[in-house]
Design a binder for this molecule. Structure first.
Ligand SMILES: [Zn+2]
Length: 130
């Protein structure tokens, strides 16, 4: 199976769609939640709608740029063997390295990266999405 051509949705566009289309907020309220002007929000959501339409009409895959994997997964690195792995958010935290059983773990870099990017979007990471 070959990989589909994909349309890439940015995190801001993804969030705009979620707020306006899924939660049904007025653009003005949604803009406030994202800490952007109403004008900017309008641009973001227009771009998002175009991308989604393109994906539907042309049968392309829709990908969310960055973020999502880090958002729903917690990543860990083993200090002893440098093994890196992810567990789905919401499950218990890893107690030991799946490779060498070391207990010398620390969260991988990506988690902090997402936390930084999510600032101003009004959404905590690891939140359950329904
Ligand atoms: Zn290890």
């Amino acid at each position: 199976m070959t990989e589909l051509e994909a349309v890439c949705l940015g995190m801001d566009e993804f969030e705009a769609i979620r707020l306006a289309d899924l939660e049904g907020l007025y653009q003005e309220d949604a803009a406030k939640k994202m800490s952007v002007s109403r004008q900017t929000f309008g641009n973001i959501i227009e771009s998002a709608h175009k991308k989604i339409a393109e994906a539907i009409v042309n049968g392309k895959a829709l990908k969310i740029e960055g973020g999502v994997v880090e958002m729903i997964q917690r990543r860990f690195t083993c200090s002893d063997c440098k093994h890196e792995w992810s567990i789905p958010c919401g499950t218990a935290r890893s107690e030991e390295c799946p490779k060498c059983q070391s207990k010398n773990l620390h969260p991988a870099e990506g988690e902090r990266g997402w936390a930084r990017r999510s600032q101003g979007l009004g959404s905590g990471r690891c939140r359950r999405r329904s």
